[in-house]
Design a protein around this ligand. Structure first.
Ligand SMILES: [Zn+2]
Length: 245
């Protein structure tokens, strides 16, 4: 059986699917892989969480970068890869766990309860002390007008873009939920992740013995030998050959 037919067979035969998506699903929307050769982190030093907390100039740098990213993100749209995930999750039980901070799964219209953004979301802001959501537009305006950043309205704490910074711990509630969903799923479909960033990659180890794994990624991953289907191809090209019923 060809890999596509095997993928189609698995898709048709299960009722519960966990998707794991990474930067590769968003490149077709025009968002470069931050970790790639031309990626953002090759030219911009990461701002570590502790520096954000202790330095007001790093905070301003961080918000400046978020404003630039905001302009980029407001221009881009979900592509066939995101629409495929939505169509499948409209039909079946399951969830999408994403490493992406670009909010494109949310923009594709999937129910919010079916998305776990394990590295957070660059289109939102929250308080690092109490988690209260803040209006991100106020911070963009403060960058543009060179004004002081507002504090959390609830506790007075520092507000940061709602992504997980370098040196910042993941939201363990989200991670534990992701782990449990992986343990109980029949099929896991990886789209556009090289499965090299921990602890997200370790989620694969929680798959049950009878569960199947499908990996679609342009480059090989450390988990390819465990997968029933491996396609080192363009995601849109693959999903456009599949029927979602
Ligand atoms: Zn707060």
């Amino acid at each position: 059986m060809s890999m596509i037919r095997e993928f189609q067979f698995l898709l048709d035969s299960v009722s519960n699917i966990v998707f794991l998506t990474g930067a590769g699903i968003s490149t077709n929307s025009g968002l470069p892989d931050f970790r790639g050769d031309d990626g953002f982190w090759k030219t911009n030093k990461p701002i570590f969480f502790k520096d954000f907390v202790t330095s007001s100039s790093k905070r301003r740098d961080s918000w400046k970068r978020n404003l630039a990213l905001h302009h980029k993100l407001s221009e881009i749209k979900p592509n066939d890869g995101h629409h495929f995930v939505k169509r499948v999750l409209d039909q079946k039980e399951g969830i999408v766990i994403t490493q992406n901070i670009d909010a494109l799964h949310e923009k594709s219209g999937i129910l919010k309860e079916k998305i776990i953004e394990i590295h957070g979301n660059a289109t939102k802001a929250n308080c690092i002390e109490c988690g209260e959501i803040a209006n991100i537009k106020l911070f963009h305006a403060a960058v543009e007008n060179n004004e002081v950043f507002p504090s959390c309205l609830k506790c007075g704490g520092l507000v940061k873009v709602a992504t997980i910074s370098f040196g910042q711990s993941l939201n363990m509630k989200d991670f534990d939920k992701a782990k449990e969903l992986v343990q109980n799923t029949e099929l896991m479909i990886v789209l556009g992740s090289s499965l090299q960033v921990q602890p997200v990659a370790s989620l694969i180890n929680f798959l049950g013995a009878s569960a199947d794994l499908v990996i679609v990624n342009k480059d090989p991953t450390p988990f390819d030998t465990l997968a029933s289907v491996v396609l080192h191809e363009d995601i849109c090209n693959v999903v456009n050959q599949l029927q979602v019923s």
